[in-house]
Design a protein around this ligand. Sequence first.
Ligand code: PGA
Length: 260
Amino acid sequence: MRVIIESDYDAMSRRAAEIVVEVVREKPECVLGLATGSTPIGLYKELIRMYREEGLDFSKVRTFNLDEYYGLPPAHPQSYHYFMRQYLFDHINIPPHNINVPRGLVKDVQAYCARYEQMIKEAGGIDIQVLGIGRDGHIGFNEPGSSLASRTRLVALDEQTVKDNARFFGREGDVPRFAITMGVGTIMEARKCLLLASGSKKAKAIAQAVEGSITSQIAASALQMHPDAIVIVDEEAASEMKRRDFYLYTEKMMAERLSR
Ligand code: PGA
């Protein structure tokens, strides 16, 4: 696991964009795994800027989003379909048929989830998966207790997550109680994983995910077993990691070596 500590949210976002763009430039037909939430918005802004100003091309890129609220239609302003259009897809040249976000209104959920997995496989697998982290250590909607081998499925949302997400809905009562999410096992199959976290509210979850035991109680801790996982945090989110200085030192040494 590589841990990169940046000064603040904007620096974290720019660094994340550099890593995603490297994948897109190297493989124009790459498959991006994308996440919603407030954390990746800065990364998406930077990708939009690079599309507009530097001609970054998304015309062959395919995407799979991690999750979607169950029961919300794609046009619902709080759906993750809507979020992705608002913060990324409407502003870049990705063809709509290359975009995949789990559908929140399917009847046969089990069959649909199996199909979502199949579509990822048929696309050749995910080249880089962007991830945020919940205060309970979740990635996607894999709440504490999710099997580290779990696949795309319907899940009930943890009370804390419902509370955390109430800010986006008018009332807590309007937050859906279920979601479709890629499993931890699905995420672990991405060739590269990029976990982002910003702010002191995420400090404990980050410390547990990076330095704690690997446990289904902190889904993000599974990334310790991933061969190519990068964690980018800002200073506040890094504040509870015991080996913070070591991560800074390692990054500095590696950068120096590269520039020699
Ligand atoms: P946030 O959500 O980016 O809005 O903090 C992250 C998550 O819960 O996965």
